[in-house]
Write a new protein. Structure first.
Length: 607
């Protein structure tokens, strides 16, 4: 008799409607009472997820449909968070591949589908947003089949069922000619298409840790699918670590996931996705077993990180005035804690006790970490992203390359093509549709840094991009992504309107009157390539003679304010972003101007 459990993940490109679809599944599965307000994007529980409109962390829930329990994992769609997608593949037996009926398959669609097919998962294709203007679900259907062929899907995978509908409107259909009613066709497809979990209840307990959660009462929670046996509160088990060692543990709590939260359970049974507590130290990828002798469950390989950034203790004049967590011990503990729950980030110490190397998939991933730390009360300095290079067998330097996909209005393509040519990108394909054009490039990760903001500027916000790791290949040559210099404060104090009025003609200012600045802080952009020292704190000289211009209003141009992501990609290699709970500042790594000149001439820095 097959188990009444189905484990599925919802995978898609960013903004194709995953989380909204989960909302409808929760509603149709009876999670909400008749008189209860439905929370939009309920699975995006992090503040950052709601603000950015994207899913960052994979999260799981479950709904009941007739006699079946359907465990659902909502995954991120942004390429920088691909590690979240990869590690949930071991928890599920099938995937809902969500594709926008207008956009069609995008870069991350290819990535997540490739991972699902490689893991042998059953696939159901959902062509979403068919009620969108200019949607073409028939054409998208054909493009998805072409993608299956390109990725060498098996015959069974290629014959995946297609459904059409609108997650926002709350209906799915087997055929475009069907009458839209509710979500029942999708539930029926899940039950019939996805296999029950492969599980062995009669064997000893074994579970792969695929996610880490936190409970305020019991602490760290290991989440995964029970492969065999069962586990109950009070059981003594073993943690089988990646280095071949094992350590005992006692289960203090077993959780099941239902609706919008977790509930206590008497036992976790084979095939179900559960959470268990009782550990001080446990890591994603480790196996939990009834004995130390059970076989470890292999973990999915994660694509390598491609960028490196430095985190450092804030040593500026304003350090400690905003944040509460500023010491090297506090920052180091926080960074290494992140590694335990985020397998696509690695942290290592440097020869300086106040500086750490952080490697990740992309700048967005690091920006989310920095933003989270800011909200927790940390102050930290962060460097510009740099690509991670490798050496081939002949000793040649290799750098990472990516597939870049851009969709933009046809009238904007000239400026984008010119910009990408300067970044040494190679055009692979160009396809127009509905007054817009899709460009496909191969570009080095180094050339990609900072491009998203050029795209926003050159297309007035109408351009959309996505990228996907391709390979390591020979260096593409010198790339200049910032052709301007900076205006650097040569004094410490409060900016004055008198001084800024005369300085704003020299370039774009990043500060306004009343802002605190310090020596070595970047306060503006110089149109020329060199850095220019300025004094934004200068006050008007007082005299006992009334000035003829007294009373004249000071007209200041509004300053350019950076988001954290923009700031990280704007700064040069000799600069830092200073992130505190309430402020984003740009500064030179070496604050003293004389010391910067010595270093630029090749002298070793003092101290």
């Amino acid at each position: 008799m097959s188990q009444p459990i189905r484990n599925i993940a919802i995978i898609a490109h960013v903004d194709h409607g995953k989380t909204t679809l989960v909302d409808q599944l929760l509603k149709a599965g009876g999670v909400y009472r008749d008189n209860q307000a439905v929370v939009e994007r309920a699975m995006d529980s992090m503040d950052l997820e709601r603000e950015k409109g994207i899913t960052i962390k994979a999260k799981n829930t479950s709904v009941r449909w007739k006699e079946f329990i359907i465990n659902i994992v909502d995954t991120p769609g942004h390429a920088d968070f691909g590690g979240e997608v990869e590690r949930v593949m071991k928890m599920v037996d099938g995937v809902l591949l969500l594709v926008d009926a207008y956009d069609g398959p995008q870069a991350q669609t290819r990535f997540v589908l490739k991972k699902a097919l490689a893991n042998g998962l059953k696939t159901i294709v959902v062509i979403n947003k068919i009620d969108r203007e200019n949607a073409d679900p028939k054409a998208v259907h054909d493009k998805v089949l072409e993608l299956f062929m390109e990725l060498e899907a098996s015959e069974d995978q290629f014959n995946a069922p297609f459904l059409y509908g609108s997650g926002r409107a709350g209906y799915m259909m087997h055929h475009l000619t069907d009458k839209p009613t509710d979500m029942a066709p999708l539930f029926e497809a899940i039950i019939s298409r996805v296999n029950p979990p492969e599980a062995y209840p009669e064997q000893p307990f074994r579970m792969l840790i695929s996610n880490i959660g936190w409970d305020n009462y019991v602490g760290r929670v290991a989440i995964g699918k029970v492969n065999s046996g069962s586990v109950s509160t009070g059981d003594r088990i073993f943690i089988l670590r990646g280095d071949g060692t094992s350590s005992p543990a006692k289960i203090t709590k077993v959780f099941e996931y239902s609706g919008l939260g977790q509930t206590d359970s008497a036992a976790g049974v084979a095939g179900n996705i559960i959470g268990v507590a009782g550990f001080d130290e446990v890591t994603i990828g480790e196996t939990l077993g009834a004995t130390a002798a059970v076989e470890r469950i292999p973990f999915v390989d994660i694509d390598p990180p491609t960028i490196s950034m430095q985190f450092a203790v804030n040593d500026g004049p304003l350090a400690g005035q905003d944040g509460k967590l500023v010491t090297s011990r506090q920052i180091r503990e926080r960074l290494y804690r992140e590694v335990k729950t985020n397998i696509s980030i690695n942290v290592s110490d440097t020869d300086k006790s106040t500086v750490w190397n952080v490697v990740a998939r992309g700048a967005m991933q690091v920006a989310v970490l920095v933003e989270t730390m800011r909200r927790e009360g940390f102050e930290v300095l962060v460097s510009r992203p740099e690509v991670i290079t490798k050496k081939d067998e002949e000793g040649n330097t290799l750098e990472p390359y990516e597939h870049l996909y851009i969709e933009l209005p046809e009238e904007c393509q000239g400026g984008i093509i010119k910009n990408l040519a300067q970044r040494r990108a190679q055009l692979v394909n160009m396809s127009p549709h509905h007054g817009r054009v899709t460009l496909e490039y191969v570009i080095s990760t180094r050339g990609l840094i900072g491009f998203e903001f050029d795209l926003m500027s050159l297309t007035s916000g109408q351009g959309v991009m996505s990228h996907l790791f391709k390979e390591y290949a020979p260096m593409s040559g010198e790339i200049t992504t910032r052709i301007t210099g900076t205006l650097v404060s040569m004094d410490t104090g409060e900016c004055t309107a008198y001084s800024l009025e005369s300085l704003q003609d020299r370039g774009k200012l990043f500060v306004t009157f009343g802002d605190m600045v310090y020596n070595g802080m970047i306060v503006g952009e110089n149109p020329r390539t060199e850095d220019m020292p300025i004094n934004p704190t200068k006050e008007k000289a007082l005299s006992n003679v009334r000035s003829s211009g007294e009373g004249k209003g000071v007209m200041l141009i509004p300053p350019l304010r950076f988001s954290l992501e923009r700031a990280l990609e704007y700064i040069a290699p000799d600069e830092y972003v200073e992130a505190t709970p309430s402020t984003i500042r740009l500064r030179k790594k070496i604050l003293d101007a004389n010391e910067r000149r010595r270093v630029s001439k090749g002298a070793a820095p003092r101290g």
